[in-house]
Design a protein around this ligand. Structure first.
Ligand code: ARG
Length: 285
Protein backbone atom coordinates (compact mmCIF):
# COMPACT_ATOMS: atom_id res chain seq x y z
CA UNK A 1 0.00 0.00 0.00
CA UNK A 2 2.95 2.31 0.60
CA UNK A 3 3.62 2.09 -3.11
CA UNK A 4 0.22 3.52 -3.91
CA UNK A 5 0.76 6.43 -1.55
CA UNK A 6 4.04 7.21 -3.22
CA UNK A 7 2.47 6.95 -6.65
CA UNK A 8 -0.32 9.33 -5.74
CA UNK A 9 2.07 11.79 -4.21
CA UNK A 10 4.37 11.61 -7.18
CA UNK A 11 1.52 12.20 -9.57
CA UNK A 12 0.33 15.23 -7.65
CA UNK A 13 3.86 16.58 -7.31
CA UNK A 14 4.34 16.26 -11.05
CA UNK A 15 1.07 18.06 -11.61
CA UNK A 16 2.19 20.81 -9.28
CA UNK A 17 5.52 21.09 -11.10
CA UNK A 18 3.83 21.22 -14.45
CA UNK A 19 1.82 24.15 -13.18
CA UNK A 20 -1.45 22.79 -14.38
CA UNK A 21 -3.00 19.51 -15.45
CA UNK A 22 -2.96 19.61 -19.18
CA UNK A 23 -1.94 22.32 -21.53
CA UNK A 24 -4.81 22.88 -23.88
CA UNK A 25 -3.68 24.31 -27.16
CA UNK A 26 -4.95 27.84 -27.57
CA UNK A 27 -7.70 28.12 -30.14
CA UNK A 28 -6.00 28.32 -33.51
CA UNK A 29 -6.02 31.86 -34.82
CA UNK A 30 -8.40 32.16 -37.73
CA UNK A 31 -6.42 32.29 -40.96
CA UNK A 32 -7.16 35.21 -43.28
CA UNK A 33 -9.01 32.97 -45.71
CA UNK A 34 -11.38 31.91 -42.94
CA UNK A 35 -12.20 35.50 -42.16
CA UNK A 36 -13.42 36.03 -45.70
CA UNK A 37 -15.65 33.02 -45.46
CA UNK A 38 -17.22 34.38 -42.30
CA UNK A 39 -19.72 36.59 -44.07
CA UNK A 40 -21.13 33.46 -45.67
CA UNK A 41 -22.18 31.48 -42.60
CA UNK A 42 -20.33 32.43 -39.45
CA UNK A 43 -22.60 31.78 -36.49
CA UNK A 44 -22.80 34.74 -34.10
CA UNK A 45 -21.24 32.71 -31.30
CA UNK A 46 -18.07 32.05 -33.28
CA UNK A 47 -17.62 35.69 -34.13
CA UNK A 48 -17.92 36.49 -30.44
CA UNK A 49 -15.26 33.92 -29.56
CA UNK A 50 -12.77 35.55 -31.89
CA UNK A 51 -13.44 38.92 -30.28
CA UNK A 52 -12.87 37.55 -26.82
CA UNK A 53 -9.40 36.24 -27.64
CA UNK A 54 -7.60 38.26 -25.00
CA UNK A 55 -9.66 36.65 -22.23
CA UNK A 56 -8.51 33.05 -21.62
CA UNK A 57 -11.67 32.09 -19.77
CA UNK A 58 -14.09 33.39 -22.35
CA UNK A 59 -14.29 30.35 -24.60
CA UNK A 60 -15.34 27.64 -22.17
CA UNK A 61 -18.81 26.27 -22.48
CA UNK A 62 -21.09 24.91 -19.77
CA UNK A 63 -23.90 22.39 -19.96
CA UNK A 64 -26.43 25.18 -19.39
CA UNK A 65 -25.50 28.68 -20.48
CA UNK A 66 -24.58 30.92 -17.57
CA UNK A 67 -24.74 28.04 -15.07
CA UNK A 68 -22.02 25.92 -13.46
CA UNK A 69 -23.58 22.51 -12.83
CA UNK A 70 -21.82 20.62 -10.05
CA UNK A 71 -22.38 16.90 -9.56
CA UNK A 72 -21.88 15.60 -6.05
CA UNK A 73 -23.02 13.05 -3.49
CA UNK A 74 -24.23 15.12 -0.57
CA UNK A 75 -23.71 12.60 2.22
CA UNK A 76 -20.09 13.38 2.90
CA UNK A 77 -19.73 15.90 5.70
CA UNK A 78 -18.01 18.34 5.98
CA UNK A 79 -17.43 18.43 2.19
CA UNK A 80 -21.10 18.18 1.22
CA UNK A 81 -24.19 17.51 3.28
CA UNK A 82 -27.74 18.73 3.71
CA UNK A 83 -28.59 21.53 6.06
CA UNK A 84 -32.35 21.81 5.84
CA UNK A 85 -33.04 21.50 2.13
CA UNK A 86 -29.71 23.02 1.10
CA UNK A 87 -26.47 21.32 0.19
CA UNK A 88 -23.68 23.01 2.13
CA UNK A 89 -20.05 22.22 2.95
CA UNK A 90 -16.51 22.83 1.78
CA UNK A 91 -17.15 21.69 -1.80
CA UNK A 92 -20.40 23.67 -2.05
CA UNK A 93 -18.62 26.83 -0.87
CA UNK A 94 -15.64 26.27 -3.16
CA UNK A 95 -17.98 25.70 -6.11
CA UNK A 96 -19.88 28.89 -5.26
CA UNK A 97 -16.60 30.82 -5.18
CA UNK A 98 -15.48 29.31 -8.50
CA UNK A 99 -18.86 30.07 -10.09
CA UNK A 100 -18.64 33.66 -8.92
CA UNK A 101 -15.16 34.03 -10.41
CA UNK A 102 -16.40 32.63 -13.72
CA UNK A 103 -19.52 34.79 -13.73
CA UNK A 104 -21.81 31.74 -13.52
CA UNK A 105 -24.70 30.75 -11.33
CA UNK A 106 -24.07 27.57 -9.31
CA UNK A 107 -26.44 24.64 -9.58
CA UNK A 108 -25.76 21.52 -7.47
CA UNK A 109 -27.02 18.07 -8.49
CA UNK A 110 -27.02 15.39 -5.82
CA UNK A 111 -26.53 11.82 -7.08
CA UNK A 112 -24.94 8.49 -6.15
CA UNK A 113 -21.18 8.82 -5.83
CA UNK A 114 -20.58 6.32 -8.61
CA UNK A 115 -22.74 8.35 -11.05
CA UNK A 116 -20.68 11.53 -10.78
CA UNK A 117 -17.97 10.69 -13.31
CA UNK A 118 -20.56 9.34 -15.75
CA UNK A 119 -22.59 12.56 -15.41
CA UNK A 120 -19.50 14.63 -16.21
CA UNK A 121 -18.59 12.38 -19.14
CA UNK A 122 -22.12 12.43 -20.51
CA UNK A 123 -22.26 16.23 -20.45
CA UNK A 124 -24.92 16.34 -17.73
CA UNK A 125 -22.68 18.18 -15.27
CA UNK A 126 -19.77 20.55 -15.76
CA UNK A 127 -17.80 19.56 -12.72
CA UNK A 128 -17.77 16.70 -10.25
CA UNK A 129 -16.87 18.08 -6.83
CA UNK A 130 -17.32 15.50 -4.14
CA UNK A 131 -14.21 15.07 -2.02
CA UNK A 132 -13.19 13.07 -5.05
CA UNK A 133 -9.73 11.55 -5.03
CA UNK A 134 -7.52 11.85 -8.08
CA UNK A 135 -6.72 8.33 -9.31
CA UNK A 136 -5.05 7.07 -12.46
CA UNK A 137 -8.13 5.02 -13.31
CA UNK A 138 -10.49 7.99 -13.05
CA UNK A 139 -8.08 10.02 -15.16
CA UNK A 140 -8.90 7.69 -18.04
CA UNK A 141 -12.42 9.13 -18.00
CA UNK A 142 -12.18 12.73 -16.79
CA UNK A 143 -9.64 15.50 -16.35
CA UNK A 144 -8.84 16.64 -12.84
CA UNK A 145 -8.23 20.20 -11.72
CA UNK A 146 -5.40 21.16 -9.40
CA UNK A 147 -5.86 19.57 -6.02
CA UNK A 148 -7.64 21.69 -3.39
CA UNK A 149 -7.40 19.41 -0.34
CA UNK A 150 -5.75 16.28 1.01
CA UNK A 151 -7.79 13.31 2.21
CA UNK A 152 -6.70 10.32 4.24
CA UNK A 153 -8.39 6.93 4.22
CA UNK A 154 -8.84 5.90 7.84
CA UNK A 155 -10.39 2.99 9.70
CA UNK A 156 -13.39 3.34 12.04
CA UNK A 157 -13.99 0.54 14.56
CA UNK A 158 -16.10 0.09 17.69
CA UNK A 159 -14.46 1.26 20.90
CA UNK A 160 -14.09 -2.32 22.17
CA UNK A 161 -12.74 -3.69 18.88
CA UNK A 162 -9.66 -5.93 18.74
CA UNK A 163 -8.66 -4.29 15.44
CA UNK A 164 -5.65 -2.08 16.07
CA UNK A 165 -4.02 -1.69 12.68
CA UNK A 166 -4.65 -2.11 8.96
CA UNK A 167 -3.15 -5.60 9.10
CA UNK A 168 -5.82 -6.67 11.58
CA UNK A 169 -8.43 -6.08 8.88
CA UNK A 170 -7.52 -9.31 7.11
CA UNK A 171 -10.37 -11.81 7.68
CA UNK A 172 -12.70 -9.07 8.92
CA UNK A 173 -15.75 -7.59 7.20
CA UNK A 174 -15.12 -4.03 6.07
CA UNK A 175 -17.86 -1.53 5.22
CA UNK A 176 -17.16 1.08 2.52
CA UNK A 177 -19.04 3.55 0.36
CA UNK A 178 -19.62 2.02 -3.09
CA UNK A 179 -17.01 2.93 -5.74
CA UNK A 180 -14.94 5.14 -3.44
CA UNK A 181 -11.21 4.72 -3.10
CA UNK A 182 -11.83 3.04 0.29
CA UNK A 183 -13.84 0.41 -1.61
CA UNK A 184 -11.17 0.04 -4.30
CA UNK A 185 -8.21 -0.28 -1.88
CA UNK A 186 -9.95 -2.66 0.51
CA UNK A 187 -11.15 -4.87 -2.36
CA UNK A 188 -7.56 -4.96 -3.69
CA UNK A 189 -5.95 -5.61 -0.34
CA UNK A 190 -8.45 -7.88 1.41
CA UNK A 191 -10.58 -9.35 -1.40
CA UNK A 192 -14.18 -8.60 -2.35
CA UNK A 193 -15.55 -11.23 0.03
CA UNK A 194 -14.35 -9.06 2.89
CA UNK A 195 -15.82 -5.81 1.62
CA UNK A 196 -19.43 -4.67 1.99
CA UNK A 197 -20.46 -1.77 -0.19
CA UNK A 198 -23.04 0.79 0.95
CA UNK A 199 -24.56 3.63 -1.05
CA UNK A 200 -23.78 6.16 1.65
CA UNK A 201 -20.85 6.37 4.03
CA UNK A 202 -23.25 6.78 6.92
CA UNK A 203 -24.98 3.50 6.05
CA UNK A 204 -21.62 1.76 6.43
CA UNK A 205 -21.12 3.43 9.80
CA UNK A 206 -24.60 2.30 10.94
CA UNK A 207 -23.74 -1.25 9.87
CA UNK A 208 -20.62 -1.02 12.06
CA UNK A 209 -22.66 0.30 14.96
CA UNK A 210 -25.11 -2.61 14.67
CA UNK A 211 -22.37 -5.22 14.33
CA UNK A 212 -22.98 -6.09 10.67
CA UNK A 213 -19.40 -5.15 9.73
CA UNK A 214 -16.22 -5.03 11.83
CA UNK A 215 -14.73 -1.80 10.48
CA UNK A 216 -15.40 1.04 8.04
CA UNK A 217 -12.76 2.50 5.72
CA UNK A 218 -13.57 6.06 4.72
CA UNK A 219 -12.04 9.53 4.34
CA UNK A 220 -10.82 11.12 7.56
CA UNK A 221 -13.06 14.19 7.74
CA UNK A 222 -16.37 12.38 7.17
CA UNK A 223 -15.05 9.73 9.60
CA UNK A 224 -14.64 12.40 12.27
CA UNK A 225 -18.20 13.70 11.68
CA UNK A 226 -19.72 10.23 11.81
CA UNK A 227 -17.80 9.22 14.93
CA UNK A 228 -18.75 12.48 16.66
CA UNK A 229 -22.41 11.77 15.89
CA UNK A 230 -22.38 8.10 16.94
CA UNK A 231 -21.62 6.67 20.38
CA UNK A 232 -19.14 3.85 20.84
CA UNK A 233 -16.97 4.31 17.74
CA UNK A 234 -13.36 5.42 17.28
CA UNK A 235 -10.92 6.10 14.48
CA UNK A 236 -7.69 4.10 14.43
CA UNK A 237 -4.59 6.20 14.71
CA UNK A 238 -3.18 4.91 11.43
CA UNK A 239 -3.36 6.35 7.93
CA UNK A 240 -4.32 3.78 5.31
CA UNK A 241 -3.82 5.94 2.19
CA UNK A 242 -3.12 9.66 1.71
CA UNK A 243 -4.90 11.20 -1.29
CA UNK A 244 -5.53 14.43 -3.17
CA UNK A 245 -9.03 15.82 -3.85
CA UNK A 246 -9.77 17.66 -7.10
CA UNK A 247 -12.63 18.66 -9.39
CA UNK A 248 -13.47 16.26 -12.24
CA UNK A 249 -14.16 17.88 -15.61
CA UNK A 250 -15.15 16.52 -19.02
CA UNK A 251 -12.05 15.62 -21.06
CA UNK A 252 -13.27 17.65 -24.04
CA UNK A 253 -13.75 20.82 -22.02
CA UNK A 254 -10.13 21.83 -21.43
CA UNK A 255 -11.14 25.50 -21.58
CA UNK A 256 -13.35 24.97 -18.53
CA UNK A 257 -10.58 22.99 -16.83
CA UNK A 258 -8.20 25.92 -17.35
CA UNK A 259 -10.77 28.43 -16.11
CA UNK A 260 -11.45 26.34 -12.98
CA UNK A 261 -7.72 25.92 -12.35
CA UNK A 262 -7.24 29.70 -12.64
CA UNK A 263 -10.13 30.32 -10.27
CA UNK A 264 -8.76 27.78 -7.75
CA UNK A 265 -5.33 29.39 -7.97
CA UNK A 266 -6.86 32.80 -7.16
CA UNK A 267 -8.87 31.33 -4.30
CA UNK A 268 -5.70 29.76 -2.87
CA UNK A 269 -3.74 32.98 -3.21
CA UNK A 270 -6.33 35.32 -1.74
CA UNK A 271 -7.00 33.09 1.27
CA UNK A 272 -10.59 32.18 0.34
CA UNK A 273 -9.83 28.46 0.16
CA UNK A 274 -8.24 28.40 3.62
CA UNK A 275 -11.12 30.42 5.03
CA UNK A 276 -13.66 27.96 3.58
CA UNK A 277 -11.78 24.95 4.94
CA UNK A 278 -11.38 26.41 8.42
CA UNK A 279 -15.07 27.33 8.48
CA UNK A 280 -15.88 23.61 8.37
CA UNK A 281 -12.80 21.90 9.87
CA UNK A 282 -11.42 22.96 13.21
CA UNK A 283 -7.67 22.47 13.48
CA UNK A 284 -7.90 21.06 17.00
CA UNK A 285 -8.97 17.42 17.11
N1 ARG B 1 -12.33 10.35 -1.58
C1 ARG B 1 -13.10 9.18 -1.85
C2 ARG B 1 -13.12 8.90 -3.35
O1 ARG B 1 -12.86 9.76 -4.13
C3 ARG B 1 -14.51 9.27 -1.33
C4 ARG B 1 -15.32 10.41 -1.83
C5 ARG B 1 -16.79 10.30 -1.48
N2 ARG B 1 -17.46 11.51 -1.74
C6 ARG B 1 -18.78 11.76 -1.55
N3 ARG B 1 -19.24 12.93 -1.79
N4 ARG B 1 -19.56 10.80 -1.16
O2 ARG B 1 -13.40 7.83 -3.77
Amino acid sequence: MKKMIVMLLTASMLMALAGCGSSAPAAAPAPAAEEKKEEAAAPAAEAKEADDDEDDDADFTTVTDGVLTMATNAYFPPYEYYEGGNIVGIDADIAAAIAEKLGLELHIEDMEFDSIITAVQAGKADMGLAGMTVTEERKQNVNFSESYATGVQVVIVTEDSDIQSIDDLADKQIGVQLATTGDIYCTDDFGEDHVEQFNKGNDAVMALKTGKVDAVVIDNEPAKSYVAATDGLKILDTEYVVEEYAAAINKDNTALLDAIDDALEDLKEDGTLDAIISKYISTEK
